[in-house]
Design a protein. Structure first.
Length: 294
């Protein structure tokens, strides 16, 4: 069984102010201070995205999705900064329904985000589609039901902010973008439930397909992931479970039970989990595990 108390203690001991605020939101829904939210949103470009540390001042698809994950842990996806970022991501969808980084970043982008690489393109497509799906899910949960002023769902990439709603967002503005992206992802799904790309494409697509009620496709992916679960890294197990929980997969679903078992096996004695990207991201991985198990 995962020791959540030890995990919480690890974040308190080793996290910075933003990471401890993420913990407070995940544990108790405690709203961060406006000053802390401003610091979490710092660096946003005028276009709406955030640059990567490797990408100078140009907004990056990958970095923007990473920042949205942090803001989600702060309950901040309804704030104007996140809405602008989501609108920017939606506007970056290409004609075939996918996403990739700007070609200007080709010499600097890491392998998982390199423009022109089909595996990186599929990974970014799954990641962006996941966050646009989460945004529309939150809008419906906030009471908008995907409708704008009593009208039909808004299929445009981006949409007007409506400060009269509790979420600050009145329309299911990304429904058309997501639909096109889902078709792109489904077209790349192999008969054995895998994708010709990185493993994360699998669980992100499984979450998206579940939310889109493509349950058969989602289940095929989860069967393939189950075969990998015994050797999955703690960071991957945490991200997998957190993504599925975020779109409402029941915590007793067999995939989530298996992921929690893997997290219990890999939790360290200090309460944290090891990141795949270096120890400086161990707190981030531990927060993902807490999100998956809360």
């Amino acid at each position: 069984m995962v020791d959540l108390d030890a995990a919480i203690g690890f974040v308190v001991a080793h996290g910075d102010a933003v990471e401890r605020a993420r913990l407070s939101w995940l544990r108790a829904g405690a709203a961060p201070s406006p000053e802390l939210l401003d610091s979490a949103e710092v660096g946003q470009t005028p276009t709406g995205g955030w640059p990567a540390v490797w990408g100078a001042d140009l907004a990056s698809v990958d970095a923007t999705c990473f920042r949205l994950a942090e803001l989600d842990d702060l309950g901040a996806l309804g704030r104007p900064a996140a809405r602008r970022a989501l609108d920017w991501l939606a506007s970056r969808q290409q004609a075939d329904g996918g996403w990739e980084e700007d070609l200007v970043l080709a010499d600097d982008a890491p392998w998982w985000a390199r423009p022109g690489d089909p595996e990186a393109r599929l990974y970014l497509t799954a990641t962006v589609t996941f966050w646009l799906t989460v945004a529309d899910l939150d809008a419906r949960h906030a009471g908008s039901l995907g409708r704008r002023a009593g009208g039909p769902p808004d299929p445009r990439p981006g949409g007007p902010l409506d400060q009269a709603t509790s979420s600050g967002y009145a329309g299911s503005a990304y429904i058309g973008v997501v639909h096109t992206a889902v078709q792109t992802l489904a077209g790349q799904l192999q008969p054995d439930g895998t994708f010709p790309s990185y493993l994360a494409v699998g669980w992100l697509s499984a979450a998206v397909f579940h939310q889109q009620e493509l349950f058969y496709e989602s289940a095929r992916i989860q069967v393939a992931l189950a075969d990998r679960m015994p050797k999955l890294s703690p960071a991957n197990a945490a991200s997998l479970a957190a993504a599925l929980r975020r779109v409402g997969v029941d915590e007793q679903h067999w995939t989530l039970v298996a992921a929690r078992r893997r997290l219990a096996e890999t939790q360290r004695s200090d309460g944290g989990w090891e990141s795949d990207d270096g120890h400086q991201f161990d707190v981030h991985t531990t927060l993902a595990a807490i999100r998956a198990c809360r």
